[in-house]
Design a protein around this ligand. Sequence first.
Ligand SMILES: Cc1cc2nc3c(=O)[nH]c(=O)nc-3n(C[C@H](O)[C@H](O)[C@H](O)COP(=O)(O)O)c2cc1C
Length: 202
Amino acid sequence: MARNNKTIVVAICGASGSVYGVRLVAALLREGVPVHAILSHAGVYVLSHEMGYDPQSRFQDFLAGYGADTKFLKNLTVFSQDDIAAPAASGSFCHAGMVVVPCSMKTLAAVAAGYADNLINRACDVSLKEKRSLIMVPRETPLNMIHLENMTRLARAGAVILPAIPSFYSFPGTLEALVDTVVARILDHLGVVHNLAVRWGD
Ligand SMILES: Cc1cc2nc3c(=O)[nH]c(=O)nc-3n(C[C@H](O)[C@H](O)[C@H](O)COP(=O)(O)O)c2cc1C
C-alpha cells in the first residue's frame, strides 16, 4: 500500500554508514513523503567524518547535495536527540513508520531495554507500543551474543531488523547504487512507492 502522504521518522545514529540514512531521507523527500529526521550526537559526528557534513550547517542544505529535490525540502523537519518534546516522542503523533538508519549497537541496546533517555530511543519505544512500523538498520561486525539477543528481543517486540547488508546481484556500479540496494528494501517495508533499485525478475 502506498502511504506517500504521511510522515516517516528517520533517526540517524552514530554507526558507520551515515550514507544509508542520508540517501533514505533524500529518497523519501523525492517521493513527496514528509520526514522528521532525528540526529544523535554521535550520528552528527560520524556524518561529518564519513560525508563531510559541517555540524554548524543546516542538515537541509547538506541534503540538497545528495539528491533531495529542493522543492521537497520544506517537507523535512530536523530534530536533535535532545528534542525530547518533539512530535515523535508522543503516541498521539500518527506517523507512517520509523527507521533507525544506521542503528548503533548502543541505540539497539537502549531500545531493547526500553531505556528511553533521548528522542530516538523514546520514539522507537513509542512506535513499538503503538504498533507502528519500526525498522532498525543495525551496522556492526562481527556481532556478539548481546547484539544478537537485543535484535531478537526487538524482533519479538514487533520491530523489523533490516541490517545494512547491501546486495550485489543487480551489479550496482557505484557506491550510491550499492547503498540504494538497502535503501530500496527499507522503502519497500515502509510501503513507499519508488523505483530506486532494479528488482529481481524485472
Ligand atoms: C567513526 C565511527 C564509527 C562507528 N561505527 C559504529 C558502528 O558501525 N556500529 C556501532 O554500533 N557503533 C559505531 N560507533 C560507535 C557509536 O558512535 C557509539 O557507540 C555511540 O555512543 C552511539 O550513539 P548513538 O546510538 O546515540 O548514535 C562508531 C563511532 C565512530 C566514531
